[in-house]
Design a protein around this ligand. Structure first.
Ligand code: FPP
Length: 247
């Protein structure tokens, strides 16, 4: 399948809502954490898969602001899994040229988690093969409100005038300021929702939904999504004839 992918028409940025860990575990008579643990294998697969075909940015929705409302044992288990995975994988990410970034309300994360993330980000800071962006304690509404606060602050301090507030100035205040917008958003496990994920940045993204639960998601599933994306016509509000003339 990898041979069918057109390297000239790759999405630069792929964003993924990793859904279905709980259902996958339940189908096997196991607890939810068992599903999350297996989800880590899929994370490794898509990171490798993106690096292999040359995708530059991969954003993974690992923990939403709303996920704090889950049972305490699951939240604790997820945080521990995150810390352990980052610790275990940081060197291998580095060897493979992956640069780690985090977006979200980091102040709400446990200190051990923030320390581990900071260390992994420092180790991988100089890498250029793939930017891996973890959305942690992230919600898009939080991010947009936070950006509005930053814009207001810039106006108050005279850094920006009211007339200078435009799309670009706003983008610069989002947590994703240094990344291009995703062209492809994948959600696993059959739900057709955006769930408070990159609402501003996904304005023109192609959305791809699959029934595969996240722990079953492998490189081939990623390639299938990319191929599906490459067979779509992206019009950005224009009509097909205009696009053909421009080509
Ligand atoms: C959604 O499935 C998954 C999560 C909320 C957590 C995702 C976390 C991982 C895959 C592990 C750690 C990740 C990294 C980046 C190291 P769900 O629990 O909502 O499943 P359900 O909808 O079937 O209940």
């Amino acid at each position: 399948m990898i041979d069918l992918i057109d390297k000239q028409k790759l999405p630069r940025h792929v964003a993924i809502i990793m859904d279905g860990n709980g259902r996958w575990a339940k189908e096997r008579g196991k607890d939810r954490l068992f599903g999350h643990q297996h989800g880590v294998i899929s994370v490794r697969e898509v990171v490798e898969g993106c690096a292999e075909i040359g995708i530059e940015y991969l954003t993974l929705y690992a923990f939403s602001t709303e996920n704090w409302n889950r049972p305490e044992s699951e939240v604790k288990g997820l945080m521990e899994l995150l810390v352990a995975t980052i610790r275990k994988e940081a060197e291998s990410l580095h060897r493979n040229g992956v640069k780690l970034h985090v977006i979200g309300d980091l102040q709400s994360l446990p200190e051990a988690c923030v320390d581990e993330l900071n260390e992994a980000m420092a180790i991988t800071a100089g890498n250029t093969t793939l930017n891996l962006i973890l959305a942690l304690s992230y919600s898009s509404k939080w991010e947009i409100v936070d950006a509005a606060r930053k814009i207001a602050h810039k106006v108050i301090t005279g850094e920006l005038t009211e007339a200078e507030i435009n799309e670009d100035a706003f983008k610069q205040c989002l947590a994703t300021a240094e990344f291009p917008d995703p062209e492809l958003m994948i959600r696993t496990s059959g739900e057709h929702r955006i769930s408070n994920f990159l609402l501003f940045q996904l304005a023109y993204a192609e959305l791809y939904f699959t029934h595969t639960h996240w722990p079953d998601f492998r490189k081939e599933n990623l390639y299938e999504a990319v191929l599906n994306y490459q067979n779509r016509e992206r019009r950005f509000g224009k009509i097909s004839e205009q696009l053909r003339k421009e080509a």
